[in-house]
Write a protein of this length. Structure first.
Length: 127
């Protein structure tokens, strides 16, 4: 569950298959990934206006995450998370973005359910 904090729009459980991994063998086969996105921004205007222009379109950010995750290949989860976060900020520069990215069933000793990263990108434009 997303913890309380500043105003935010969040999307949990975005899943896709991709060819990401440090080794060439990992990149040859597809694996499942799961993403959670938290976009921090003031929501008072949207709470009064009922206009999507005053908030973040969670359909659009979900679409960006899936497009990047399925359309590119990266060695590091950190890079993939960064690309997703930066793409969101291209559309919403005033938004601070946290990307939680999980590789489901990674090829590791002990058979973990997931491994992953959490990356926070501060807002680019504070106006």
């Amino acid at each position: 569950m997303t913890p309380p904090g500043p105003d935010a729009v969040f999307v949990r459980g975005i899943e896709f298959e991709g060819n990401h991994g440090y080794t060439a063998a990992e990149r040859r086969s597809t694996r499942r990934f799961r993403v959670e996105l938290v976009m921090e921004l003031p929501l008072t205007a949207a709470s009064q206006s009922d206009r999507i222009a005053d908030t973040v379109d969670y359909f659009k950010v979900s679409e960006l995450a899936v497009s990047i995750g399925t359309g590119s290949t990266f060695r590091l989860l950190e890079r993939l998370a960064g690309e997703i976060g930066r793409a969101i900020q291209e559309h919403y520069p005033r938004v601070a973005v946290t990307v939680v990215l999980e590789k489901l069933s990674p090829p590791c000793p002990g058979v973990p359910a997931a491994s992953g990263v959490r990356l926070h990108l501060p807002a680019r434009d504070r106006r």
